[in-house]
Design a protein around this ligand. Structure first.
Ligand SMILES: CC(C)(COP(=O)(O)OP(=O)(O)OC[C@H]1O[C@@H](n2cnc3c(N)ncnc32)[C@H](O)[C@@H]1OP(=O)(O)O)[C@@H](O)C(=O)NCCC(=O)NCCS
Length: 230
């Protein structure tokens, strides 16, 4: 996993490229809002439009054009920056696996109000999206394509693997470890030091107090496994 500290990533090589959003649904429009907020603070990304495998009902989305499918995006002859606006961890991983063109770059996009200074020693992988209102303290590692939706908190020494997805107001305690692909529903909490296995889903409002296995669904307070997937 290639990871850079955020201060390195902020001046990444894709800066200034036209940016497109993969995902023309509601989350895509929210990610457009994130990019617009970044641009208001410091003009960085001219937004070109949306790609999605399913064409939207209208030719434009939030005033920007629908540009084609994932296959079209992968066949581009332009150098583009891409934000992957797919909320499901597995769905986002599947999209990224198909976007293999060397012309595509996946910058980390962080709301300008989220503090990520060098003294916090926070590392982000490519493609991370960090929405408004998130609070991250120090010595945290986010893998590739981690999505922190609105108002999430992440404590000291936490590690979030590739493609983890935290829905609004989810909380990850100090030194907690989320394996790749973990999905935390709205308002879910993982207390300090606890691990969650790969591609496990934690339901909205749940509190994880003991390590959860991989590929499970857990709900409630304390969180209990209700489904174990193959
Ligand atoms: C946990 C979750 C993934 C389960 O979805 P599912 O696999 O389709 O499960 P079901 O809806 O069949 O529910 C199974 C059981 O768990 C219960 N349940 C579902 N979600 C629950 C939750 N968050 N907390 C407590 N119980 C929950 C259901 O009531 C049902 O109980 P029953 O068998 O006694 O009737 C889903 O309900 C959830 O919480 N998703 C997070 C949504 C979210 O935060 N979205 C963010 C959008 S920005």
């Amino acid at each position: 996993m290639t990871q850079l500290f955020f201060s390195d990533h902020a001046a990444g090589p894709a800066a200034g490229r036209p940016l497109v959003i993969f995902g023309a649904g509601g989350l895509g429009r929210e990610v457009l809002g994130l990019v617009q907020q970044i641009n208001e603070a410091h003009p960085a990304w001219p937004v070109r439009g949306f790609y999605d495998d399913v064409a939207p009902a209208t030719p434009t989305v939030a005033g920007l054009p629908y540009l084609g499918t994932g296959a079209d995006l992968n066949a581009t002859d332009e150098l583009l920056a891409v934000a992957v606006a797919v909320g499901s961890s597995a769905g986002r991983a599947a999209v990224v696996a198909r976007l293999t063109s060397a012309r595509l770059a996946f910058p980390a996009l962080v709301h300008p109000g989220v503090a990520l200074g060098p003294r916090q020693r926070i590392a982000l992988g490519e493609g991370c999206l960090v929405q408004q209102g998130c609070l991250l303290t120090c010595d945290i590692r986010l893998g590739r394509f981690v999505f922190l939706n609105l108002g999430c908190t992440v404590g000291h020494d936490a590690v979030l693997g590739d493609f983890c997805s935290l829905m609004p107001r989810a909380n990850v305690g100090g030194a907690a470890r989320l394996a790749p692909g973990v999905y935390l529903g709205t308002g879910a909490t993982v207390i300090q030091g606890v691990g969650v296995g790969a591609y496990t889903t934690v339901g909205a409002g749940a509190v994880v107090v003991r390590t959860l296995p991989a590929r499970a669904t857990a709900v409630g307070v304390p969180a209990a496994v209700i489904k174990q997937h193959a």
